[in-house]
Design a binder for this molecule. Sequence first.
Ligand code: HEC
Ligand code: HEC
Length: 322
Amino acid sequence: MHHKIVVICMLVVAIATTVVQSGNHGEQDEAVVALGRRLFYDPVLSVDQTTSCGTCHQQFAAFAHVDHALSHGVYGRIGTRNVPALQNLASRRGFMWDGAIEHLDMQALSPLTSHAEMGETLPRILEKLDSVGWCRTLMTQAYGSPDITIPRVLRALGRFVATLESRSSRFDRWHAGQDTLAENERRGYDLFRAYCASCHNGIDFTDDSFRSNGLPLDSLLMDHGRERVTLDEQDRYRFKVPSLRNVGRTMPYMHDGRFKRLRDVLAHYAQQDDLADHADPLVRSIAPLDDRARKDLIAFLLTLTDEAFLRDTAFGEKEVWE
Ligand code: HEC
Ligand code: HEC
């Protein structure tokens, strides 16, 4: 097991070096993104040709997977974590619930080769892409030569997901003085600033830190979170503070999808006696939230829905096949 991890790490370093060394020379940004989008929606990249990135990351759900607590991959294999939304990733410092991945242009290596996601090997991916007509053409448009390489594939996927930008919710328009919020939404925003923005901070409602929000351990999944990456016991049960943009559409919630509705999330934060020992002090300092406070908070969270983003045809699957 450890041997395998070492080999994977060495591979990651080797590819990272190649990605960095190959630089951006002669790269056509738009064509790289177009290639990435084509790859994102193509199930050919998975071992049984059933599962694309877009299977799990659905645009109408801000690229999360609606109604699936744990991710579903090839051959119906169930993963161990909830599919996170993909949005404003260019502004994030780390990726995955535990921050295991630091570079977006490397991230795709994980789902492509993960047993429970796309389950494929890198040599077979190259073989398959070599046998489809469009790939050499798009590679040439993107990178100036038809060579199909793993660093090019990874970079294209990374550049495409980096374009998924959601910054035009009703809340953003209100913030820019171009729209209004109702009374209850304003009250919700005030509560949010008082109790939630300590962690869900900044333009994307995350401070990019890893913390425990007090969820009791799921004894089947036994997910230790950030500790897996840092091997520091302090990081046990800590997970990335997620962005809350489009949170009204990304259900279910939390790293293991344990909550189906925002109501359940608010009940968790409001019921302080149920918090696990490892809860961050900032969660412990949330005042009891009565029914009205919870509803107001939800009303505010729903103003973070960005309809334009969820429907933007530049990110969608349809045109890819035309
Ligand atoms: C089987 C479902 C599944 C498939 C297929 C899949 N993903 Fe994911 N994706 C996930 C899950 C689950 C996570 C969270 C993993 C973790 O935290 O360990 C994730 C995380 C990510 C993240 C990090 C997001 C963040 O905010 O940290 C990115 C980026 C991403 N996926 C892109 C892709 C790309 C690109 C592909 C295709 C090459 C892909 N995914 C295929 C389920 C999937
Ligand atoms: C101590 C920092 C902290 C505070 C304070 C906090 N949260 Fe969180 N929040 C987190 C972390 C960490 C997660 C992810 C936990 C996990 O998946 O295990 C999270 C997850 C969530 C999610 C689920 C998002 C998703 O995509 O799954 C919602 C919704 C949420 N918080 C809303 C709130 C609200 C509303 C408040 C205030 C009442 C609040 N949070 C206060 C740290 C915090």
